[in-house]
Every structure is written in structure tokens, then in C-alpha cells.
Write a protein that binds this ligand. Structure first.
Ligand code: G
Ligand code: MN
Length: 299
């Protein structure tokens, strides 16, 4: 029973109660009337909105997608060193939506390419604005493996960056590995091309996905982002902490001096990161994603 609860919690489910078999009427009644269940039932369903592809395409046509920015911080002095661009949709009916509400978009290459172009144009425009105000920050954005394999995608980035007279060194392409890494040659070739143009390359969510250690050494990376799952495991005990420390050590051995720890949610997380000598951190305890206007006011 404990193992089942731990497994559910590890999957970030909210455990409202547990029942032993055989289930008695009284035990079921107790769980269903418990405070936790009553509270959960009175809240709006999280992620309840699930836009269909037609609706998503309409939002793209009507340019309803906009960037939100989550700051990244230098952990020693807690100065903001950059932002990560995250997609939001300002829906006429549902309000501001996070990607879970338009997840179908990510399975449609054409829609994803349109979203990437729209968000990048806005993101680079915001970076231009911030740079001209004298802010020394970088802009990171997520590029799925599917898009990384396309030549037109890297060409778009190079052209848009040049057009705004931005320095590619201030732009970090976060390669996300949410799908199996196929056609390695194409993707590695485009990564090399981006590096040659001066862009920075980060491997996102490392420790959760598909990139194996051999591949890690083949990618021309400048930054490694450690998945927040590693930090959650480190919170739960010594083995988790050992794994996290090993991941940090690995990055160091590969001369990837720029390590970012994702998912810093508490003072304790911040302490762990600092003790491991991680230079950069990101997470709700430091700052949540925010609009360009809010970022301009707060940082
Ligand atoms: O996969 P990638 O690392 O790009 O994901 C960034 C996502 O992680 C964003 O959706 C962001 O809102 C979320 N995120 C950022 N900081 C935290 C955090 O401290 N805790 C949790 N649970 N999620 C976070
Ligand atoms: Mn990312």
C-alpha cells in the first residue's frame, strides 16, 4: 500500500486517500467524505481545457499565442541572467492557457512550426527591446527534435536574429528531447550549424528523456539543463542526491561549465543547488513564468 502511494506521488498525483482490499462500505464512505476529497471536488478541474486542432489553428491565424518568460538566476548573487520563453494562448473564452491546454499542437508539425515562428518573432523583438535598455540577459527557447532536424528552422532563426541585429551568443536554443531521437545525423548537423553561427545550445530536461551518455558527448552543447525530476528525487533521499551530484559532475567532466538546475521550488532546493556548485537555477521559488510587461517591471 505504501509503495502504491509512493508510486502515485512520484507521478505527481495528489493522493487523497487509500483503501485496503476488500473494500468495506464504511472505509469507502470515510475516504469519500474526507476533507481532501471534498476540497479536490470543489476546485475547477486542472487542465480541463483541451483545445481541438481546428480551434488551435484558428488561434494561430488570429495570433492569439504569446510568449511568457521564466527568469533564470545566477545562484550566488541571485541576479537574473536570462529568460526562457514559454508558450501561452490568450483564448477569447477561456483566458490565458498553458501548453497542457493546446498539447495537440505539438503533435502537428505544421502547427508547431507556425507557433515556433510566431513566438520566436515576438521573443526576439522583446530581447531587442531589453538589450536596448541595457539589460544583459539571454533568451532561451525550446526547440523540439522534430524541428531541429529541419533546415528551414535553423535558417529562420539565423535570418530573424540578423534582421534585429542581435548577437546569437545571447540566444540559447534548448533542445527538448520529448520524443525518441531519430535521424541523429540531420539534427547533429543542424546543431553544429547553429553553433557555427554563434548560437548557444542547451540540452533540456536532461536526466528524464532519451539522450544517452554517448549522445551527450556528441552534441556540441554549451549548456546542460538538469530535469527537475532529479531535484525531486534528491529531496526524497540520499540515493536521489547521489544521482543529482553525479549528473552535475558529469557536466563538469564534459567541460559543460553552464549547468542549470530546473525546478527550484524551496529554500532547501536552493541550498542543494548551491552545495553542488550549480551556477544557474530556475524554478517557482525564484520566479514563475510572467508576461514581457511584468518582466520589464520586476527585473
Ligand atoms: O521542459 P522545460 O524545462 O522547458 O519545462 C519548463 C516547464 O517547467 C514550464 O512549463 C515551467 O512552467 C515549468 N516549471 C518551471 N519551474 C518549475 C518549478 O519550480 N516547479 C515545477 N513543478 N515546474 C516548473
Ligand atoms: Mn526548456
Amino acid at each position: 500500500m505504501q509503495a502504491a502511494e509512493a508510486a502515485a506521488q512520484a507521478s505527481r498525483w495528489k493522493v487523497l486517500g487509500s483503501l485496503q482490499k476488500p473494500v468495506s462500505r464504511e472505509a469507502l464512505r470515510q475516504v469519500l467524505t474526507s476533507e481532501a476529497v471534498v476540497e479536490a471536488l470543489s476546485l475547477p478541474l486542472p487542465g480541463g481545457v483541451d483545445l481541438g486542432l481546428d480551434e488551435i489553428r484558428r488561434c494561430l491565424r488570429e495570433r492569439r499565442f504569446e510568449p511568457y518568460y521564466q527568469p533564470k538566476f545566477h545562484l550566488e548573487n541571485v541576479g537574473c541572467v536570462g529568460v526562457e520563453l514559454l508558450a501561452r494562448c490568450r483564448h477569447p473564452q477561456y483566458g490565458l492557457l498553458a501548453p497542457s491546454a493546446f498539447q495537440r499542437l505539438f503533435a502537428d508539425p505544421e502547427a508547431l512550426w507556425q507557433l515556433t515562428q510566431q513566438l520566436l518573432s515576438q521573443g526576439l523583438g522583446d530581447l531587442r527591446h531589453w538589450r536596448s535598455q541595457g539589460r544583459r540577459i539571454s533568451l532561451a527557447f525550446n526547440l523540439g527534435w522534430q524541428l531541429l532536424k529541419q533546415k528551414e528552422c535553423t535558417a529562420f532563426l539565423v535570418a530573424e536574429t540578423a534582421r534585429r541585429r542581435l548577437d546569437p551568443a545571447d540566444i540559447i536554443v534548448e533542445v527538448t528531447e520529448s520524443e525518441a531521437l531519430t535521424e541523429l545525423g540531420l539534427a547533429l548537423g543542424n546543431m553544429a550549424s547553429l553553433r557555427l553561427h554563434g548560437f548557444q545550445l542547451a540540452l533540456d530536461d536532461f536526466g528524464s528523456g532519451y539522450a544517452n551518455l554517448q549522445l551527450l558527448s556528441q552534441m556540441p552543447l554549451t549548456q546542460l539543463k538538469l530535469d527537475q525530476g532529479l531535484l525531486r528525487a534528491a529531496n526524497r533521499g540520499n540515493d536521489g542526491l547521489t544521482v543529482l551530484a553525479a549528473a552535475v559532475g558529469l557536466a563538469r567532466s564534459l567541460a559543460l561549465s553552464d549547468v542549470v538546475l530546473e525546478g527550484i521550488e524551496s529554500e532547501l532546493d536552493l541550498d542543494i543547488a548551491r552545495q553542488l556548485g550549480v551556477a544557474t537555477g530556475q524554478g517557482y521559488f525564484l520566479a514563475r513564468p510572467m508576461s514581457a510587461a511584468d518582466f520589464g517591471v520586476r527585473f
